[in-house]
Design a protein around this ligand. Structure first.
Ligand SMILES: [Zn+2]
Length: 89
């Protein structure tokens, strides 16, 4: 499948799949709302202040490119703080 997805689409797709942080399991409602506000008006917040991120369950480098379904199933929405903690471990 060669359809190109933007980062925005990937966020939407992951949000439809799960509204919970893939690491701590808590709801991302608040963070999602901030993200949507930022999307509508990027001057409102700094993106870096929004605690929403995408985690690669398997490190990107170990995945073959071009397999979209596998690529997407490897991603999950997380709190940025949870993802940072994971990265530091
Ligand atoms: Zn979390």
């Amino acid at each position: 499948m060669n359809r190109r997805y933007s980062k925005k689409d990937i966020y939407e797709l992951l949000w439809e799949r799960s509204k919970l942080c893939g690491i701590c399991g808590e709801e991302l409602d608040q963070e999602w709302k901030q993200y949507q506000e930022w999307r509508k008006n990027p001057k409102l917040h700094k993106r870096t202040n929004i605690n929403l991120d995408i985690d690669h369950k398997i490190p990107k480098s170990k995945l073959s490119r071009g397999d979209w379904l596998r690529y997407i199933s490897n991603l999950q929405l997380t709190h940025k703080s949870c993802n940072n903690k994971k990265a530091n471990n």
